[in-house]
Design a protein around this ligand. Sequence first.
Ligand SMILES: Nc1ncnc2c1ncn2[C@@H]1O[C@H](COP(=O)(O)OP(=O)(O)O)[C@@H](O)[C@H]1O
Ligand SMILES: [Mg+2]
Length: 227
Amino acid sequence: MISENAAWSLGALAERVWARAQGRGRRFVLGIAGPPGAGKSTFAAALRDAVNARAGAGAAEVAPMDGFHVTNAELRVSGALPRKGEPDTFDVAAYLDRLRAVRETPVGQRVSWPTYDRALHEPVPDGVTFDRQPLIITEGNYLLLDDYGGAGWSAVREYLDEAWYLDAPVEQLRERLLERHIRGGKSEAFARDKVARSDLMNVELVAKTRERADLVLRAAGRDYLVE
Ligand SMILES: Nc1ncnc2c1ncn2[C@@H]1O[C@H](COP(=O)(O)OP(=O)(O)O)[C@@H](O)[C@H]1O
Ligand SMILES: [Mg+2]
C-alpha cells in the first residue's frame, strides 16, 4: 500500500498500477483527474511509457477526456464557444459510451477513441485505437465531478477501477494556462481574460473533487508526493 507523505518515482507508480491491472479478464481503467494545467496529460503519457518499458510495448495506452470536446461549430451554434473547456462543453454521453466499450470489449479487440488537437483546437475522431492493451489510462479535468448540472459526469467514476488526482499550486496552474493559450495562438490579452473568467473557475470546481480520488499526487522534482 502507498503510504502518505512518501515520495514515489514514476517507475514505482507504474509497477503499482501494472500489478493491479493484471489477471482481471478485462481491461483495467486508471483515471487521472486534476485541475487544468496540473500536468495530467504529461503525467499520463509518462506513466504509459514507464509501464510499457517494464511490461512490454502495448501494455498501456492513454485515453484523453479532451477527445470529447464538442466541436467549435457546435459550440458556436449554442453560444458556448467562449466557455469552451467548462464541464458542459464536453460530450459526456460519448465519453461514458467509450469507457463502457473499453471495459466490455475483450483485450485484443479494437476500440477507437477520439483525441484532441491543440493546434487545430478540435477533437480528432478515432485519434487512437486500443487493441491489446490491458491498461487504459484516462485523464482529464472532470473525471471526479459529482452531479454537476445534468451532464452526467458523476457516472464516470463507476468506470474507473482506480482514480488518482494530480494536484499543483494554483499560481503554477495560472502560469501554465496562460502559456498554453499563448502557445496555441491566442493573444496575451485573450489568454489573461480566458484564464481569469473561465479556467480558474474550472480549477475551483475540480478542486472540490479531490477527496473522491483514491490517491492524491503532487510532482516534486522527478518524483511524486502522495498526500
Ligand atoms: N512535472 C512537471 N514539471 C514541469 N512542467 C510540467 C510538469 N508537468 C507538466 N508540465 C508542463 O505544464 C503544462 C501543462 O501540462 P499538461 O500535461 O498539459 O497539463 P493538463 O493536462 O493537466 O492540463 C505543460 O506545458 C507541461 O509541459
Ligand atoms: Mg491535458
